[in-house]
Design a protein around this ligand. Structure first.
Ligand code: SAM
Length: 278
């Protein structure tokens, strides 16, 4: 059963945090000349039209990228991110890139991209959006399993983004289990797990499971647009990063307060934590 479509959510505050972290990690990886593999286990369609019926139905981007479109503040990471999103648009905000298109921006000739997507409609869109470069491979397969077959990579350098829909509650456990399994085969990779905060206790458990896994050097970044609640709906989202670039936390320490200022309502907050030491 695949009912989740990211087109309803593209450009919302959760995407902003996720794609900012992704951009920072990929930019860092390109500082070395040697190639690396980027593995996107749950890719989505790759590019989203904000005037589509799906995006207009929820208009989540109005609470996200639309609020940053005219950003003129001092934060360089945020300025660079907004510039990147603008590069997919003419003067007005019409398109929002998903993780595959953001990754494509950073990947060089010597790098490889692997993009997994199971939804038939999003897979067709993804194939269309990513066509043209032999080094970018789209797979209509389960990304949890596909990841295991790709590590360790021949390049010996890799970045993994795991961004499941969490519609099935088992995704929480499955994400940690599959990252831990891949990490066992390839412990020097950089692994990112995106998570939604719908129920705080579920995220407490996710964090504790990772802490108990024995994996070292884990950071956590979270943006809450409102305070935690037991009511229905997502109030925050986060990125957990294993083996982050040494530059990442400082950068997020500076950008997260800015995101709270622009995107959060009363009660909003951020977290930037070293969950497990190196
Ligand atoms: N990473 C994308 C981005 O940032 O633009 C958004 C991905 S969306 C949250 C999750 C996607 O995973 C959906 O398009 C869904 O169809 C797909 N999906 C669900 N289960 C999957 C699986 N086991 N393997 C690969 N893709 C899956």
């Amino acid at each position: 059963m695949l009912s989740y479509r990211h087109s309803f959510h593209a450009g919302n505050p959760a995407d902003i945090l996720k794609h900012l972290v992704l951009s920072q990690v990929l930019e860092y990886m390109t500082r070395k000349e040697s190639g690396f593999d980027y593995i996107d286990t749950h890719s989505g369609a790759g590019l989203f039209e904000l005037n589509s019926a799906d995006a207009q139905k929820t208009q989540e981007y109005l609470d996200g990228i639309a609020k940053l479109w005219d950003y003129q503040g001092d934060n360089v990471a945020l300025r660079d991110y907004v510039e990147l999103i603008k590069s997919f648009n003419d003067n007005t905000l019409s398109f929002y890139p998903g993780s595959p298109k953001i990754a494509e921006h950073y990947l060089r000739r010597q790098d490889k991209g692997w993009f997994f997507e199971l939804h038939p409609k999003d897979l067709a869109l993804l194939e269309q959006n990513m066509k043209g470069k032999k080094s970018l491979r789209v797979r209509g397969e389960d990304g949890f399993k596909g990841l295991q077959a790709l590590v360790p990579p021949a390049s010996k350098r890799a970045v993994v983004l795991m961004d499941p829909p969490y519609e099935i509650k088992t995704d929480y456990q499955q994400a940690v289990t599959m990252i831990a399994k891949a990490h066992k085969r390839f412990s020097s990779g950089t692994y990112m797990i995106w998570y939604p905060v719908v129920s705080r206790s579920r995220i407490d458990l996710l964090e504790q499971t990772l802490i108990d896994s024995g994996i070292r050097n884990i950071q956590l970044f979270e943006l809450a647009t409102e305070q935690d609640t037991e009511q229905h709906g997502m109030t925050a989202s986060g990125m957990i990063v294993i083996n982050p670039p040494w530059t990442l936390k400082k950068s997020l320490d500076e950008v997260l307060p800015e995101l709270v200022k622009y995107l959060s309502r009363a009660g909003g907050f951020y977290r930037s934590e070293q969950l497990v030491d190196e």
